[in-house]
Structure formats: C-alpha cells, structure tokens
Design a protein around this ligand. Sequence first.
Ligand code: AHR
Length: 670
Amino acid sequence: MINIAQLGQKKNESTIMKKILIVSTIQFVVLAFVLIPVQVQGSTVSVNLNQTGEPISKYIYGQFIEHLGRCIYGGIWAEMLEDRKFYYPVDGQAPAWTMYKPGMRSYDGEGHPYELLTSSPWMIIGDKKAVSMMMENSYVGEHTPRITLTGNGQPAGLLQERLGILEGEKYTGRIVLAGNLQAAPIEVSLVWGGGASDRETVTIDKIGKTYTKFPLRFAAKGSTDNGRLEIVSRGKGYFMIGTVSLMPADNILGWREDTVALLKQLNSPVYRWPGGNFVSGYNWKDGIGDPDRRPPRKNPAWKGIEHNDVGIHEFMELCSEINTEAFIAVNTGQGDAKAASEEIEYVNGDPDTPMGRLRAQNGHSQPFGVKWWAIGNEMYGNWQLGHMPLEEYMKKHNSVVDTMRQVDPTFKPIAVGARGRWSEQMLTTCADHMSLISEHLYWQDRDDVISHVTQISDRIRDVAEAHRGYRKTIASLAGKDIRIAMDEWNYWYGPNEYGELGVRYFLQDGLGIAVGLHEFFRNSDIYFMANYAQTVNVIGAIKTTKTQAEFETTGLVLKLYRECFGEIPIKVSGDFKPLDVAAALSGDRDVLTVAVVNPGGKSQPITLKLSGGELTGRWQKWTFTGPNKWSYNAPGKSPQVEITPSSFTGLLGRLEAVPLSVTLYSFFLR
Ligand code: AHR
C-alpha cells in the first residue's frame, strides 16, 4: 500500500488535492506497477466554506472559580498554612481530618471519602494548659491564641504540620505578635526534617503590648510534604499570635506561580467568581481591607473555612495577571439590592463615590470596570441559601438590577435561568433586566464512551432548542437577542481525590468536553458564554498537590481548542457516527480547522470533502489520546494522556481518527 499523502508533492497541489479527495475512500495496492483500487471502510465529512454560521463567541472558553474545597485556598492561592487566622480554637487536641463520604456515585460505583480539616490544625508545644483563646483584644476573628510562659527556659508555643516544602525554594511570610517584653525573643522556624540542622529560624527580638507585624523569610535545604512551622518563646510572661502567613517566595501577589502558569496556558477570556452556591451567603465586604484583619468564617455553603484572604482586589489582580475579564456574581440569596449596588459601586464607581472612595483607600483608585455580573446563582434550587419562589425572585432580580443600574448603567446583568418554567418566566418578566440568561449542566458517567460523550451534546442542544422556542413564544423577547451563558458545565462524578468535589477526570471526559465545545460551536447563534466549572481541584481542569500542578484531560482539551480552533463555524455534513466533527475558519479566513472526536474503540478513516476553497497543502494536526478510557493525568506523575502535534507539507490523503481521540486539523487555505 502506498500513502496517498506522499504522492505528487509539488505542482498544482490544490488540483491534485481535489482529485485525491474525490477518490480518497479508495486505497491503492501496487502490483507489478498497476494501481488496483481497493474499497476501505471510512467516513466522508463534507465541509463547504461558504456555509458559515454566527462567529463563535470567545467567551465560550470561559472558566469559573468558587470559594469551595481546594479551588482557591489550597489550589490557586499560595498560602501554605491552614487556618492562619485561628477560626478554630487551639485546644491541644490533634488536628481532626474528618473523612466525608460524598453522596455522588463514583466511576467504580463506590462512594469515596475525602479528608477535610474540622478542628484547629495548630498543635501546642509545651504545656497544653498554657494556651488559651482570648476574645478580648482579638487581632482577627473571634479569638486569638495567648501563650502563657512559665519562665523555665523550655520552648512554649504553637506548631503546624503537613506543609509541602521543596529544597532550594525560598519562602516568605509575616507574623503578627503582641506580648510582654520578657516574652521575646520569639523564634519562628521552618522545619523540613528531624535533624538539628533541618530547620531555619527567624528570631524576633522585641515585641510589645500592641500587635506588630514582622516579616518572615526562609530558604529550605530539604524537601518534605510534612514540613512544620513552629512559633515558640523560652521567655517569661505571655505572647499572642494575631495571625501568621507563609507562602512560596515566587508567589504572584499571593497566587501560586505554578498554577498561574497553567492558567496562562489555558488562556480563558473570562472568569466567573466567587460562586456558585457560595455567593448566596457571601458578604463581599468581608473580603476587602487589610487581609490580616479580614474575618475568617465558616464557608456558608460548603464544608471548609472562608479565610477571606481572597476578595475583590485579589480576584482582579489574578484577572490582570492572566489577562482575562472578570465576571462577578452578586448575592441575591441572603444578600439584597443595597449590598449588590454597593458592590458594583466599589468595583466600578469613580473614586469620588462613597464606595469608590473606599476602594481607593484600599489601594485601587481607578475603577476596575467590570462589565459582566451574575445576578445570583441557581436561585431556583432549594439547596440555594435564600432560595425563594420564582414569583418573588423575579421581583428581587428586577430590583437588584435596577439598583445596580443606577450606579453603573452600562453593566451587563446575567440572570439566573433553568430550562423550563424558570427560564421561561424569567425571560417573560425580566427581559429588560438581563443581557444574557444563565443555564447550568452537569453530567455523571455512562457505561460506554459513546453515550458518555453524546449525553453532553444532547443536553447542550436541548437547552439551545428550548431557548429558540422561547424566542418564538415570549412576546417580551421581540427585538431582543438574549443569548445563553452556560456559566457552569462539566462532568461531576467519581472519587474526591483533591478535597471537597475534587474529582479526577479521565480520557473519556476529555472527549466529552470536546464534544460539548462542538455543540456550543454548532449553536453559536444562541450560546454567547460558557464557563467550564470549575478550574482548579474542585471539579477542576487543573489539579494541584502541595507543590505541583497539572492539566487534567479536560483542561488539555479546553486549552487545545482555545489555542487552535477557528472562530467562524462551518456547516459539516455527512454520516460519520460515532465521530463528532466540527469545522471553523480562522477570523482572517486563512486557515480551516476541522476537529474530529472519536469516542469509539476503532480507528476511523475519514475522507474530507471540501468545497468553497482550496488548500495549500500545508497542514498541522494535534492528536489528544491515551491508552484507555480511564487514562488520566495527575500532578507529579508522567502523563497518560497527551496532545501530540505534527505538521505536514503535501497532500491530505486519508485522514485517520484513532480510537478514543480528538484530532484537530488545521489546513492553510489559498
Ligand atoms: O460548581 C459546584 C456547584 O454546582 C456550584 O456552587 C453550584 O452553582 C452548582 O450547583
């Protein structure tokens, strides 16, 4: 057999290409210089470059981060210490890492427990009775630990274990202390081993009655995932630890350098924040001002603690660092119109408005200029804090938007929707109070890969069709173009390997996410935004350990399409099941991209029939695949699923979609 792609390289490539394309379901066997055609099985994919759809909105590649599990704290945020503000009382007990068993069905049919800190991670060095929690003169939150010193020369204080420390890395932090003069010196040590020299100590020689902040700097000479921070005195009297922070020194304004590097590669144009269910119990004012003085609270919707180290300013700094737009959700559950309008004034108001002035005092004089605002989250669900009947909620939605508009008439409100009565009524009653309407979709696993992936396209298409229906029947939509923001979509099943909702993704999920993107492209007239939920650890496209970060299969797919797929969708026709094929032109129409998802177990030959344009013969392809449907990637382990790029000069010949793969082709056009 000869490879058609190697035939007649130069000459009139495009003419030859057309001929080859016509006969490319036929392979040739060379027998005594005679070419004998042999029919082979295969699929024909037809694309007509003149049959284009609405341009694909860049916002289809949006992301979502929530204050939940290890998405922000223990994920993107670089803080290494747990409970640095002493939400839990230090009581001399060993830290309780409670096992939670989630209700969700896992890929092997079992529920898998995950570990979560449910008491203070701080342990006591010396006499346990020497530590008490002081409510009076607390530095932050309800109470501050006070250590009473006996003066016997033995160390007394606190320690925290389980820190991930890397040899050669530098660490930076701060500690807030108060106490009597004789309590000094206070020694703060980073410890990476059991030997006397496996530690570095910062000595604070003088403390006083009022709380003072002291910088910390360490250079580790060993690696461990059970490092310690110790804070002790051998003096007399007492001292209080207001708060303490420790981060790798390469953090970027508090964000983890390795994770931020992956977010940059993901290159998403928009991030939804801070929730999710979290937002319906969130007071945004808790997240502004001196981070060390922001109160730690129980996460209102989830199991962990909200440290309030990340608030509006930190989120906006992350957006600027990774070059993305912010999409902020306001609290329409337990929150009200006043809090939402103050929030938008804080974010977008001039420095001479009351909230703009507060923002300037907190270090950012210019308005942040955030355009996209989610008006609440999933208010239709009885799990939502502040859930209320639809009739009541529609009034609340309109009043929140009206109040926010008085502050910023240009902002783009995104209303809570849910296909069916909720979306229909919201569109009927609130159409003048929304730019987009949100929908959410999550999927569990299915036994065979083909139905595992097609469930995604089926549901995305159903939602699109439902909304096209609303446009025909709802009078208030006349002359309006309220498109959908699918601002949460993903698989959600399997063991929690990375904390609360920290499920792992497999090759089969990467294929499904590719098919989901194809469906958004095919419905580009109605989908304006989609936010993959979520980004790090929590049902995340990226997973982290204490010291490493890695793309999941789904993250690789999102990155591949964002980087390589075209912007102007083209109609694809043919009978090529079980393949899912999407095609698009680049914005300048110089490149045709064709993406083929093969969820089947057999290799599929493909004949591409092209009309309305000519290929140059220069093309590239990227193949995303792995050994089997359960293949996955994990931080610190060699990847099982990879994207392999290759480039070609020459004729197309027969294309091939290998089993369990996404192949993205990019053909240069004349
Ligand atoms: O993404 C996880 C949760 O799923 C979100 O908080 C909520 O909006 C949805 O139900």
